[in-house]
Design a binder for this molecule. Structure first.
Ligand code: ZN
Length: 237
């Protein structure tokens, strides 16, 4: 078995599917060709990120030259154990449960969502696993919005933060990310079960804090609240 000629190191918090996409682009090879040696059967990007795909990590490390722990760090199990635990209790596929959406850097699937500063810094198209959660709207590292290509107008409108709108979203996302990781939320000095955070707290906080800027009936608000409720149901016992 040959090791790839170029070492492509995963970026911090990158999704496994994003890394495979970068590999495919670098070698100008189709996804199936790249994954054939370390994955039995067809491979969807969501199943890969969620750790549901029949991936042979040892072989993957051998051909890519990337160590096994770095490869494992790109999966849901490493980054968001709270979700992983919740999903194990439920029936249905991970794809159905998460309903993930992200952006794919291809002609057929244009850019959906990413932090523009992260992309600029890395000089590459990629996505973090957390950006696949529709409820997460900001980049905690750069304190900015994730950009939706089809909502450029809205994002531009909210780019400025004169009213603290971005600060609210960053604070809410911070709690949501912690909840997705640990299965519980720390909010106002209280520890809440994840279901309670997503179902009872987050939707009204979003509508109350943001309704002055985004009207309550705005599709963006409805979208985020629906996503919050969907994640909450995952954690409900
Ligand atoms: Zn960023």
């Amino acid at each position: 078995m040959k090791t790839w000629p170029i070492l492509i190191v995963p970026f911090a918090e990158e999704a496994a599917s994003s890394w495979v996409d970068r590999v495919c682009r670098t070698f100008r090879a189709p996804w199936e060709e790249i994954s054939r040696t370390w994955c039995r059967g067809p491979l969807s990007d969501v199943a890969l990120d969620a750790g549901r795909a029949p991936v042979d990590i040892e072989t993957m490390a051998e051909v890519s030259g990337v160590d096994q722990s770095s490869l494992r760090s790109m999966f849901l199990e490493s980054q968001f154990r709270g979700v992983q635990r919740a999903l194990h209790l439920k029936r249905g596929t991970i794809e159905e449960r998460l309903g993930w959406q992200s952006w794919q850097p291809s002609d057929s699937l244009p850019l959906l969502r990413a932090c523009p500063v992260c992309l600029r810094e890395k000089g590459a198209f990629y996505y973090r696993l957390s950006w696949r959660f529709k409820v997460i709207r900001t980049c905690q590292q750069h304190k900015c919005w994730l950009l939706f290509a089809n909502q450029v107008g809205d994002q531009a409108r909210f780019r400025g933060d004169a009213c603290g709108f971005l600060a609210h979203a960053l604070a809410l996302d911070k709690i949501s990310l912690q909840t997705l990781s640990e299965g519980k939320a720390i909010f106002s000095d209280a520890t809440l079960p994840a279901a309670r955070w997503f179902l009872k707290f987050l939707p009204p906080l979003i509508t109350h804090l943001e309704a002055d800027y985004y009207p309550k009936h705005h599709p963006g608000i409805r979208y985020i609240c629906a996503e919050s409720e969907r994640l909450g149901r995952l954690f409900k016992s």
